[in-house]
Design a protein around this ligand. Structure first.
Ligand SMILES: [Zn+2]
Length: 417
């Protein structure tokens, strides 16, 4: 068993590993293409789950000589009743590094707009096109080949490693990451890396998320003929006035800036509007609209809600209507400190392998890291990608062997040595 202790020798070792991984290149591309031929959509995306894809991956891992542990969620909405989660452990003991990739995908959208069949990935002009190649196929395959390299060089990592391939990331994580947390597998003192968001340079480490607050407003007025508005009470007018007021007041009251985030401010956006009346000449008796609020972590969701409720009361009086407020989502997420050891270790690895200077950043919200941070577990989100997740003609580049190979080795390289 090889245990490298000094920086110089470990650096030479790293060069050898990188060369070896370069040699995996064709095999990695083929494996990714085969992997992405198998759709894996959750039931709320109109699919039948991830089991077929997980079985394929498990078989692959076993053919590389790994023992695969399963921690499956149970879900009667899919025909098999199973939402599979795969784990391969490398090394024993506590203080593990977990790498969470997800095998499920989002639907391809309008097939006519794709230049290729999204479920038969095409390698062309140094790129690989297909649904799920970036999000999150490349990370799934990267972990697989990172393990292969560890085995080939018989490397004992500083921290024991758990590579994990989960279901249900795109539709709430209840049967994936949250299930693994409920089972108590990830513990305080462990580190988590989710290679599921990044940029083409590979120099961004996500350590924080804005709080998410979704608001649904329903205005109850009185329907009437379009020519006799005085006989009704136009719910749409109240709704429009409320939108304008909320937009102004929320931006005024919560105007702090934090350059960790892009944009550096809290955002308050009126988004979905439900249909009210189907014809022009009817005064709407009911009006429904939504706000999507993303708050800088220094603010509390409850303080926004207090202002919103005050505005609702004012509008109820002003227009003599009833307004109901529902809260479809209300999540706040603590940040991982920029000085935390996991950030330091990953930064070192990025400098060594990618030869770029990393920087920490925050995002608008919605990564699996939040579930771990709420449990006090330091978590980072990082990968190198083209930011094509969820788009038509999703792709990754393969031109200079950076995407897959460097992602593969960068994750654990700082933990190798
Ligand atoms: Zn993803």
């Amino acid at each position: 068993m090889l245990i490298v202790q000094h920086y110089d020798s470990s650096f030479m070792e790293l060069e050898r590993i990188l060369e070896t991984i370069e040699g995996y290149r064709e095999e990695m591309v083929e494996t990714l293409v085969e992997f992405c031929r198998i759709p894996a959509l959750g039931p709320t995306s109109g699919g039948d789950g991830e089991l077929e894809k997980a079985k394929w991956l498990q078989h692959k891992l076993e053919s590389f000589g790994f023992y695969v542990e399963r921690c499956d969620g149970k879900d009667q909405r899919v025909s098999t009743g199973i939402r599979p989660n795969l784990i391969v452990n490398w090394g024993e003991g506590n203080n593990r590094l977990w790498i969470f990739s997800h095998i499920d995908i989002v639907p391809p959208g309008d097939l006519k707009k794709w230049s290729h069949n999204p479920f038969d990935p095409v390698v062309k002009d140094g790129k690989i096109f297909g649904r799920g190649v970036e999000d999150n196929g490349q990370a799934c395959i990267a972990s697989l080949f990172a393990l292969k390299a560890l085995k080939e060089f018989e490397i004992k990592t500083r921290r024991p490693l758990s590579c994990t391939w989960v279901s249900d990331e795109e539709t709430g994580s209840y049967y994936g990451v949250q299930h693994i947390l409920r089972e108590g597998l990830v513990k305080k003192g462990d580190w988590v890396l989710a290679p599921d968001r990044g940029n083409p340079k590979g120099n961004q480490i996500e350590i924080a998320e804005k709080n998410i607050l979704w608001l649904k407003f329903t205005i109850f007025g009185k329907q009437a003929h379009g020519s006799t508005p005085h006989k009704g009470n136009n719910a749409h007018r109240t709704g429009a006035d409320l939108i304008v007021h909320l937009d102004r007041i929320l931006h005024q009251k919560f105007k702090a800036k934090d350059t960790l985030f892009d944009p550096p401010v809290s955002t308050f956006e009126p988004t979905m509007k439900e249909a009210n009346v189907p014809n022009v000449n009817t005064i709407p008796g009911e009006d429904v609209f939504y706000f999507d609020c993303r708050l800088l972590p220094q603010y509390k969701n409850k303080d926004v809600l207090a202002i919103v409720r005050e505005q609702v009361r004012t509008m109820q009086k002003k227009y003599r209507v009833k307004i109901s407020l529902e809260i479809p989502q209300n999540e706040s997420s603590p940040s991982t400190s920029a000085d935390s050891p996991v950030v330091e270790a990953l930064s070192k690895a990025i400098v060594k392998v990618r030869k770029v200077k990393p920087r920490v950043r925050g995002v608008g919200g919605g990564t699996v890291a939040a579930y771990f941070r709420r449990k006090g577990i330091d978590s980072v989100v990082w990968e190198t990608n083209e930011e094509t997740a969820h788009t038509i003609n999703e792709y990754i580049t393969n031109s200079n062997n950076e995407e897959i190979a460097c992602n593969t080795i960068t994750f654990p390289s700082s933990f190798y040595f």
